[in-house]
Design a protein around this ligand. Structure first.
Ligand SMILES: Cc1cc2nc3c(=O)[nH]c(=O)nc-3n(C[C@H](O)[C@H](O)[C@H](O)COP(=O)(O)OP(=O)(O)OC[C@H]3O[C@@H](n4cnc5c(N)ncnc54)[C@H](O)[C@@H]3O)c2cc1C
Length: 447
């Protein structure tokens, strides 16, 4: 790598989805980027690994995508892994109460968006006719007006006539799953943007999309893609400090190696910025220092029967566990010694992330058996609880005001990451979109 000259290749710090998208976009344009990642692998929060106890490939937490994840699918197309994610042909979500009773949101494929989703809402049988009509009115309202700037989701939903029951049974699970933030503090504007993107777009934008393999496989070809185009991927490379000024940055790695570049994309989580960018005030100011984290607790529960008769996934109402994913049905993988594998998510898990893992697993098994009596006598064989304290930023109105754009005030310095101003919550899509936005700004600046 050239050191110090202004023609040095662009450097990207952070090899999560954002940094990968940026590096791939620059490599595609022949810029020979250098991607620095502190861990021994790429992917950041998108990661799978082999579980020692069962031999199953599992993720750091179940990830769900949607048909509207355009930047993500663009990246996966480029990497040749688009086929590893399947968009459901219909929008159908099963809601299970703690006692096992069922309600289903099923959007007819014969209708165009958003009439399909609105019809699906009107079919929810555990809400009164008045509540269902209020849901449909809210759907129509989303299309024409935006919530107020500092409004929270709860205030917004109540203002638009949503009953407590409609919030508990439909909106709250959707808000917590998409924003990883309790509705009482979540940004209504961000929520409305997500709803619009999913439900007012084209046909399958609102459909759920499931990775069919471990998450790491989705981005596995990235390193080869970048290096085949003359770029470099350096894992195990922790950046300690960035110094410099417009168009001339010096990057000090943990082993004291120094790199220099005129164009730098910083794609690390917001909370990592002050430590490495402390000498560049403009980056600190842009980093939204006050962005708070929100945790997610993910669980894997292995059973001694295949559980193929349970739904592929379902929302749980009135329980601590919020979503259940029937992993074997999603991936089609088998494991004869551990036939059944359910993965569960608890988002905005502020309490659960402080609890003892074993206790959470026992609670989840109990709640699953209540919500899915079909589990019957299946015996629980093994469990794994993964707590991600910094899973995402908390998507509050305050956070929205702090999120910076890709281009900073310092020429040559760009920011990427799910926390930057994408107008999306912290998601794979937000991260990929931010990486492309940083690469586009850089490409536009060098002309
Ligand atoms: C449990 C869980 C469940 C989730 N579920 C979903 C979901 O269902 N759907 C969805 O769309 N999204 C989901 N997300 C969110 C999604 O995973 C993230 O928004 C996205 O992966 C963030 O990508 P990123 O590139 O912005 O950040 P990261 O993935 O955090 O990447 C940043 C990278 O920077 C590296 N780094 C940090 N400091 C340095 C340094 N000093 N030097 C070098 N490298 C450094 C880190 O090691 C990391 O690899 C979930 C997240 C979690 C944790």
């Amino acid at each position: 790598m050239s050191r110090g000259e202004s023609t040095s290749p662009p450097v990207i710090i952070g090899g999560g989805m954002a940094g990968i998208a940026a590096a791939v976009a620059l490599a595609e344009r022949g810029l020979r980027p250098v991607l620095l990642e502190s861990r021994p692998y790429l992917g950041g929060r998108v990661r799978s690994f082999i579980h020692a106890g069962t031999g199953d490939e599992i993720d750091n937490g179940q990830h769900l995508m949607m048909g509207c994840y355009r930047s993500t699918f663009r990246l996966l197309e480029t990497l040749g892994t688009r086929g590893l994610v399947a968009i459901d042909p219909t929008l159908r979500v099963e809601f299970r109460d703690a006692d096992g009773s069922v309600d289903i949101l099923s959007a007819p494929t014969s209708l165009p968006s958003p009439l399909d989703v609105l019809t699906g809402m009107l079919r929810l049988k555990k809400l009164s006719v008045a509540e269902r009509l209020a849901l449909a009115r809210l759907g129509a309202r989303l299309a024409i007006s935006s919530p107020m700037e500092r409004e929270t989701v709860s205030v917004y939903l109540r203002r638009l006539g949503q009953s407590e029951r409609a919030c508990a049974r439909l909106w709250d699970p959707i808000v917590i799953a998409t924003l990883n933030t309790p509705p009482g503090i979540a940004s209504a504007r961000l929520f409305a943007t997500v709803m619009r993107r999913a439900f007012l777009g084209r046909g399958d934008d609102s459909h759920l999309a499931f990775p069919l393999t471990g998450l790491s496989r989705l981005i596995e070809p990235a390193e080869r893609y970048i290096t085949e185009r003359g770029g470099r991927v350096i894992t195990g490379a922790t950046v300690e400090r960035v110094q410099g000024e417009a168009g001339a940055f010096r990057i000090r790695l943990k082993d004291d190696e120094m790199l220099a570049t005129g164009h730098l994309i910083v794609a690390v989580p917001a909370r990592a910025i002050p430590r490495i960018m402390g000498d560049i005030p403009v980056a600190i100011a842009a980093a939204g220092e006050a962005l708070a984290s929100a945790p997610i607790v993910s669980l894997y529960l292995w059973y001694d029967t295949p559980l193929a008769h349970l739904p592929k996934f379902a929302a749980l109402i009135g329980t601590n566990v919020q979503w259940m994913f029937n992993r074997r049905r999603i991936t089609g993988e088998r494991n004869d010694r551990h036939p059944g594998l359910l993965s569960c998510t608890i988002s905005a898990a502020f309490e659960e992330s402080a609890a003892v893992g074993e206790d959470i697993a026992v609670m989840a098994d109990r709640e699953l058996r209540g919500a899915f009596p079909e589990i019957g006598p299946a015996r629980l064989l093994d469990t794994l609880v993964i707590k991600e304290k910094h899973a995402t930023f908390a998507a509050t109105p305050d956070a929205e005001a702090l999120r910076p754009t890709a281009r900073t005030a310092l020429p040559g310095l760009y920011l990427a990451g799910d926390w930057t101003a994408t107008s999306l919550p912290a998601t794979i899509e937000g991260a990929a979109q931010s990486g492309y936005a940083a690469a586009d700004s850089l490409l536009a600046d060098i002309g």
